[in-house]
Design a protein. Structure first.
Length: 201
């Protein structure tokens, strides 16, 4: 293994370990010394990989969300799928899975929203979410959304993440209708609702 490969592997390991700490305790409560202890290296050595806590924090966020974003974008780009409804359904499923499959990523996002640090939120949005969100909007336009596709994209992403974030509560609600309990079922039903309304327009 080359020195560069070893260094990259260590950077990824540090980012993954730090992501768990930031998710558990929040940005302010985690020090570089604590991260170094968790990763099993000296604090001084940690700075050889990341110059400061902020750069490590954003590397941790990127590490946590990278595969989820790739999954969403793969679904959006699946032009081999014949039906736009199926393609949209795959995208919605990918969004749903990101909301429940990785508790570390979910907690990182929740903590960032609770901290409400505007510079961090802006950087997080611009570096990790903006491009993917733009592609979701483009997919909705392709599906027929002519008016307010950006608003529709916000509604959909908010609904999916909120739906599973509130799952511990809504499972105890007394409801008249049966409700989808998996990302697969929610994606299927939501795709049908969206495409049927777009067709009516």
């Amino acid at each position: 293994m080359s020195q560069q490969t070893t260094s990259t592997h260590m950077r990824d390991k540090i980012a993954a370990e730090a992501a768990e700490l930031f998710a558990e305790s929040g940005y302010a409560a985690v020090s570089m010394r604590v991260i170094a202890s968790k990763t099993g290296i000296k604090a001084a050595s940690l700075y050889n990989h990341y110059p400061d806590k902020e750069s490590l924090y954003f590397a941790s966020l990127a590490h946590a969300f990278e595969k989820r974003i790739e999954t969403i974008e793969a679904a959006i780009s699946d032009t081999d799928t014949e039906s736009i409804q199926v393609r949209l359904q795959k995208t919605l499923l990918a969004l749903g899975q990101t909301a429940i499959d990785d508790p570390v990523a979910a907690r990182l996002l929740q903590r960032e929203l609770l901290d409400a640090d505007e510079p961090r939120l802006r950087k997080l949005t611009e570096t990790l979410f903006q491009e993917t969100f733009a592609r979701i909007i483009a997919l909705l336009k392709e599906a027929g959304a002519r008016e307010n596709p950006s608003t529709l994209a916000l509604y959909i992403t908010g609904l999916i993440h909120g739906y599973f974030s509130l799952a511990p509560i809504w499972r105890y609600l007394k409801l008249e209708d049966s409700i989808p309990e998996t990302p697969e079922k929610l994606a299927e039903e939501l795709a049908m609702i969206v495409t049927s309304n777009l067709e009516e327009d």
